[in-house]
Design a protein around this ligand. Structure first.
Ligand code: ATP
Length: 460
């Protein structure tokens, strides 16, 4: 059985099966803006809930936060975003297309990857589209600006946060004072972030509005190596939980010269997406840079005092920084499985190729589908009862159209782990057939036992 996957097929499935739509499509769309459809929102919520559980609530040393998106602009002065959060931009003099110089250099494997002090030699690079000459580099700030209040003048300037971490740092003192936590401890947050990206590409991989999972884990300086390694293994486990294959994951140790000056160690998790190997997540040891910056700019004491030893210090941080949308995309790409010739042997459903979305069962948007063998009573009535019962515990759907084979294919395509078929015998023996998506094994289960059976399957 040959298997193939391409971005084109994945994007197409995402749209036609209700995972992701181009945003404002009836008005021609908006570049790099997407909407999560009915199945997409379920999958995304499942990913977010699983992250929150694994990284926050399951741990004794973590708490959560949900900070505002629009913050005091001084936050971004202190963090360095207003001065330095920029990408190197070049324009093609012929076709006027805009490019990120660092990406063009990476594509040509010209090292160092990017060095502000050493912009490219214009003869080295040309427009990838038309081969035209490129302009010298300009630094382009990625912060999305807005105005608060009725008058659009400088006093009202505010920014949509470019990352969620800022909200964590500025609340460090509040959390310490209100939660009586002892270092080491961390604060986790899930939320939207905005960047005016120059190039948007590859579906939801790089968009201007996106969501992040971020953690700042506060430690004593001497513990940084131990803590870094612990978070590294949590992130590895998380990648496997999403269904990503180990062989498609690359841990890229960022060299000294390419790291931010305050970071003593950074690892980028890269994933082999169908469009190429690209950054999925980052893990960084950021020293005490952030809290010290906020201390200096706010004039507030952001040090921590150990309640027992009375030792006073500004904590250092380990930052696991993950993208929600990139998690979704990697999960979708890993799950997409196309089987040439199909899996089934019954003639009615033999196709040239068959798609099975092999999502981890816990993440599947729909957990169970109820399929009556006939649309008519009394099967319809019994099936509706089963559906309503299941819906109290699972996201469940009903499908009565087409042959059973076709209905199985439809559910396989969206990753539904279990299909419950109600047939004429069900009226007599009060049992249904439960089919497993991946093994295609079918079990005959008593209707009264169905809930327990499925809960066991999902480890609930
Ligand atoms: P890139 O080099 O791809 O632009 P980055 O190194 O600037 O990413 P970080 O600032 O480290 O990214 O952000 C942390 C995480 O947030 C990334 O690893 C990624 O998962 C996610 N992320 C960042 N920018 C975007 C974006 N424009 N669209 C979607 N997700 C993003």
């Amino acid at each position: 059985m040959a298997e193939t996957k391409s971005m084109e097929k994945i994007v197409n499935l995402a749209k036609t099966r209700g995972f992701i739509y181009p945003s404002s499509e009836i008005y021609g769309g908006l570049s790099a803006a997407y909407d999560y459809g009915p199945l997409g929102v379920e999958l995304k919520n499942n990913i977010k809930a699983a992250w929150w559980k694994k990284f926050v609530t399951e741990r004794p040393d973590m708490v959560g936060l949900d900070a505002a998106i629009i913050m005091n602009p001084k936050v971004w002065e202190a963090s360095g975003h207003l001065q330095n959060f920029s990408d190197p931009l070049v324009d093609c003099k012929s076709c006027h297309k805009r490019w990120r110089e660092d990406h063009l250099l990476e594509d040509k494997a010209i090292k160092p990857k990017y060095d502000k002090a050493r912009p490219h030699d214009p003869r080295e690079l040309h427009c990838p589209e038309c081969g035209g000459e490129l302009t010298p580099v300009r630094q382009f700030n990625l912060m999305l600006k807005t105005f608060l209040g009725p008058i659009e003048d400088t006093s009202g300037i505010a920014y949509l946060r470019p990352e969620t971490a800022g909200g964590i740092f500025v609340n460090f003192k509040n959390v310490v004072d209100s939660m009586r936590l002892k270092v080491p401890f961390g604060i986790g947050q899930i939320g939207k972030a905005f960047r005016n990206e120059i190039t948007t590409e590859n579906f939801i991989f790089r968009t201007r509005e996106f969501e992040q999972f971020e953690i700042e884990y506060f430690i004593r300086e001497k513990d940084w190596k131990k803590s870094f390694d612990q978070w590294l293994s949590v992130m590895r486990e998380w990648c496997l939980f999403l269904g990503l294959d180990k062989k498609d994951l690359i841990e890229h140790e960022i060299e000294d010269k390419d790291r931010a000056f305050y970071s003593k160690r950074t690892i980028d998790f890269e994933y082999k997406f169908p469009f190429g190997q690209s950054e999925l997540y980052g893990l960084a040891y950021r020293t005490d840079y952030d809290l010290k910056q906020h201390q200096q700019f706010s004039g507030q004491d952001l040090s921590y005092t150990d309640p027992v030893t009375k030792e006073k210090f500004v904590p250092h941080v380990i930052e696991p920084s993950l993208g929600v949308d990139r998690s979704f995309l990697a999960c979708l790409c890993a799950a997409y499985t196309e089987i040439e010739g199909g899996r089934s042997t019954t003639t009615e459903s033999i196709k040239e190729s068959e798609v099975v979305l092999k999502l981890p069962y816990a993440l599947a948007p729909i957990k169970v589908a109820v399929l009556p063998l006939s649309k008519k009573e009394p099967l319809a009535d019994l099936s509706q009862h089963i559906l309503l019962d299941l819906k109290k515990n699972f996201v469940a759907v009903y499908d009565e159209t087409g042959s059973i084979g076709k209905r199985y294919r439809r559910q396989d395509e969206i990753g539904t782990p279990y299909c419950v078929t109600v047939d004429f015998e069900s009226l007599e023996d009060k049992k249904v057939t439960v089919r497993d998506r991946d093994t295609m094994v079918q079990d005959r289960v008593a209707i009264t036992e169905l809930l327990v059976y499925l809960k066991e399957k999902f480890n609930l």
